[in-house]
Design a binder for this molecule. Sequence first.
Ligand code: PEP
Ligand code: MG
Length: 564
Amino acid sequence: MADPITIYGTPVVQGVAYAPALWVRRPELPPESAPALPEDVREAEVSRFLDCANAVADSLMNRASKTTGQAADVLIVTSSLATDRAWTKDVSKRIRDGIPAIQAVMKATERFVVMFETAGGVMAERTTDLRDVRDRVIAHLQGVPEPGIPDCDCPFVLLADDLSPADTASLDTNVCVAIVTQLGGPTSHTSIISRQLAIPCIVAARQVDQIASEVPVLVDGGTGAITTGIDEAVALEKVRADAARLELIRSWTGPAQTSDGVHVQLLANVQDGPSATSAHESGFAEGVGLMRTELAFLDHPTEPSVEEQARSYSQALLAWSGSKVVVRTLDAGSDKPVAYATLRDEPNPALGVRGIRINGIHPNVLANQLDAIAVAAMTAPDTDVWVMAPMIATAAEARWFAGLINERNDVFGVSLKAGVMVEVPATAILIDQIMEYVDFVSIGTNDLTQYTMAADRLSANLAEYSDPWQPAPLALIRKVVKAGLRLGKPVGVCGEAAADPLLACVLVGMGVTSLSMASSAISGVGAQLGQVSLEQCRAAADALVGAFDGGDGRYRARQALGIE
Ligand code: PEP
Ligand code: MG
């Protein structure tokens, strides 16, 4: 047998799978131009187009009704694109001008794709959805089946350049054992849904097109390796070994500790009262490490009153009576636009007026929110309430924010702790000075990586850069943690890095005091920590110094932790 060949991508969901590859490719588009339509058939062509768009919307809604959670949400959003008024109006107008429906759909979609890409952020991510809707409507217009994953009764590893959300969301995990895409970032739909499906997933595997359908492949979602030409018995042994890891996760009950009994505080990321309550009910978290308050207000056209906000925060704080809850003030802007706080039409919103900077244009929004948090804290006297500001970039901002918290403590008779997020490299660089003014800091690895690597965290083409395993953001994290240890201030991590079981070990080895993540990720991280000693975690953290890139970092950490 020839030597095995391995290619690498960015690992998103851990797990090992072995099965023949199955390629899913987007259909070829019809020619861009076609003879003009005679005037007397144009209205009928508009009706035919609208019927097809409605049929696509209905079929996506039908799939949504058969699934749950984020998969259902994604299908509902995609379905609404098929009947979006601006898009259908644009297509209809082109048809009335004489362009046949198929070409009108293609032209209108390209216009919207450019608009979405110019808007950036989450809107840019929607372009895959829009192109998917285009392909489905065109299939209906041509009278052929909608494009998608072919029916297959035997297990397969799905290979694609980029999967449409609708295809990912309706995958049958009885037969699809892993997903590998050539594009896609850690926050793409493919990644979000494969986390929910809990099947191994690797994105940004640039060379995956070297692998043909039907070739057996071993996918390791922990290392990002995709191997062909491997002996079947060896591959199946690796799959069996991974089943033992899954069993450890299933039986893990917490609280988290390393194999030598060192406690690690694992906390939940939530967004409002209901999600805080369900995180508490799931029973694994020891508190809340990040309450993203802006997510509760994304669809509010105007600022909610202090009373309304206080009610929402109070519900979350009461759910965690006796524990710690870290509330983050509004991080509106960029990928989380909030109508009443965000500036429109910024040329570069990720570098614009977001997070704490909103205070410059809406000074009352932060003041009102802090009043609401203080009022909520009064209703939950047994909850340890920590409050932190996003996007802090200077020592002056940190000192000013801590001052605002202390004012609330005096006025409302509460004991809020004041902290800042470390998301901007400037904050990490000046961390010693900044820490003097605050009680704690929490590292937002999503933005810290984005800004350190100058790579849009939502870009499907930059997954290698948006990787928290990159040596540069890890060097900044190490610096911040060292400052915390020196000054005796807690340093938590609340970005996606905390939810990566391997990286969590590295962060613990560096000395972080808590890790906060989606509640669904806690047992995976806890089970992994239970397999390694603090000494191994420290060795893994040390081994990363001098790594060349994210992949090299992962390799070094696995070696140091004794993970194959
Ligand atoms: C982060 O940037 O890592 C973070 C936790 O904040 P968000 O993802 O909400 O921007
Ligand atoms: Mg952030």
